[in-house]
Design a protein around this ligand. Structure first.
Ligand code: FAD
Ligand code: FES
Length: 269
């Protein structure tokens, strides 16, 4: 990894979310503020606690949930070995962090912007909603499977109207897809902007509707990553002929350095 961007940050606290639900393990991780001079919502960090040792050679990518004068907040769900070790961090322990990495979402002050999040795809929108100078131009739809209190929704709800749809039975997915189509369609007349983050099938659905209604859309991909800085080619995604650099059109680019945020018409999912 590129040591130029690496820093050691102290854990300030680790707060479990929605622990009434024993099936899901979600945590807000608050780290001491890094000495970054700027960042964009949608960028991410690679995080590596010392406890990864020899067992887990690479860090793990996490979205930047919020950054202020005092701290950097990430939010994660335990899904495997790495995130389990993150859930075992202790206050005062130090972790290695690389960042801010990649490119973030467009912020267009006066554009009607629709935020679409699926599951952990909510993370970058916490910082986005906070950073946007005119939050009254933002609306948001959040599709999720775990109970709502598992996710960092409170800071979003303070600033914008947040609509949520929980998926518990198969019919709920149809309802979510119907809502996505309707809302993206509504933006077509307003030269609006759609920003989406979530699992691949969710992004694919958003991409299809954005292309169908000719609405500008950016998608944030969560491909598996190893190095996080463009060195291993472990995270590539396919581009279309619309990719702006001719040498990479209809080819592959690294999500960690060219993304994770992409224009919907420039990639194939
Ligand atoms: C740019 C980016 C930002 C991300 N932001 C967040 C975030 O803010 N919060 C968060 O909780 N997660 C986020 N992720 C996903 C997170 O990085 C993975 O969940 C994590 O790396 C899994 O590590 P692990 O060692 O616990 O799991 P592993 O033991 O490596 O894998 C366990 C299981 O998780 C699956 N998995 C691993 N990586 C991913 C992935 N990227 N997407 C979907 N499934 C995966 C594996 O297929 C496997 O089934 C982000 C990923 C990317 C690329
Ligand atoms: S994760 Fe290594 S190139 Fe992207």
């Amino acid at each position: 990894m590129d040591n130029q961007h690496s820093t050691r940050l102290k854990v300030l606290d680790l707060v479990p979310f929605g622990q009434a639900d024993p099936l899901h393990h979600f945590y807000a991780l608050r780290l001491a503020r890094p000495a970054w001079t700027q960042w964009e919502p949608g960028q991410f960090i690679m995080i590596r606690p010392d406890s990864f040792g020899l067992e887990i050679p690479w860090g793990r990518p996490l979205g930047i949930c919020q950054l202020n004068q005092r701290h950097l907040i990430c939010f994660f769900q335990v899904v495997g070995r790495g995130t389990q070790k993150l859930a075992e961090l202790k206050i005062g322990e130090e972790v290695t962090v690389w960042g801010p990495l990649g490119h973030g979402f467009n912020i267009e002050d006066d554009t009607q912007t629709l935020l679409l999040a699926g599951g952990m795809g909510i993370v970058p929108f916490v910082g986005y909603v906070y950073s946007h100078p005119k939050p009254w131009n933002l609306t948001m739809l959040f599709g999720h499977r775990a109970p709502l209190d598992c996710y960092p929704v409170d800071t979003i709800k303070e600033r914008i109207a947040l609509d949520t749809l929980r998926e518990t039975v198969p019919g709920d997915l149809d309802n979510l897809i119907f809502n996505l189509e309707e809302r993206i369609h509504d933006l077509a007349d307003q030269n609006g902007l759609v920003l989406a983050c979530g699992p691949r099938p969710f992004l694919k659905t958003v991409q299809n509707f954005a292309l169908k209604f000719n609405v500008r859309a950016q998608l944030s991909l969560e491909n598996r990553m190893a190095c996080g800085v463009g060195a291993c080619l472990g995270c590539v995604t396919q581009t279309t002929e619309k990719w702006p650099e001719a040498e990479h059109a209809d080819s592959y680019v690294q999500v960690c350095t060219k993304g994770p945020v992409f224009w919907a018409h420039q990639i194939t999912l």
